[in-house]
Write a protein of this length. Structure first.
Length: 156
């Protein structure tokens, strides 16, 4: 059975990713997101199938680089513990390091550009577009700026 890692930041990115939960029963899956009060209940539901990274936002310029660096090391540790065949992500910054680590060590990367953007690239999209094995957009207008992307339609 294929191992699939689902990773995203919290909030809307996590909400989009959880729209894919019907896939969980078909694969050996694992979930990674940021630890916030709003998603601690996922631990009860997914038990040993979920891990959390430190929540960080670029709005806190002094602490963000340290949190990002910590999350990079934790992502490396989690990657080798899980060793997924595929990494599926809806973004954002939390997922970037894991996708790069995965690409280096042979996982296939599937990136789903956020529903929130219909005319401009996200920072994570810019970073992961060149390395993704599949890059999926939810708006056909996004094919103009990501020409190799697949128009997957809305995830909701």
């Amino acid at each position: 059975m294929k191992k699939i890692l689902f990773i995203s930041s919290t909030g809307g990115h996590l909400s989009e990713m959880m729209q894919l939960k019907s896939m969980f029963k078909h694969y050996d899956y694992y979930i990674i997101t940021e630890k916030t009060k709003s998603n601690l209940n996922l631990k009860e539901q997914y038990k040993n199938k979920i891990s959390y990274l430190i929540y960080g936002t670029k709005d806190h310029l002094l602490s963000y680089p340290f949190k990002l660096l910590f999350n990079c090391f934790k992502s490396l540790f989690l990657y080798f513990r899980i060793h997924p065949d595929y990494i599926i992500t809806t973004g954002a910054h939390t997922a970037g390091p894991m996708c790069i680590i995965g690409k280096i060590f042979g996982s296939r990367v599937i990136y789903i550009e956020t529903f929130a953007n219909m005319i401009s690239k996200t920072i994570t999209g810019k970073l992961l577009y060149p390395i993704s094995d599949k890059f999926i957009v939810q708006w056909s207008s996004m094919k103009k700026i990501y020409p190799k992307a697949i128009d997957g339609g809305w995830i909701y």
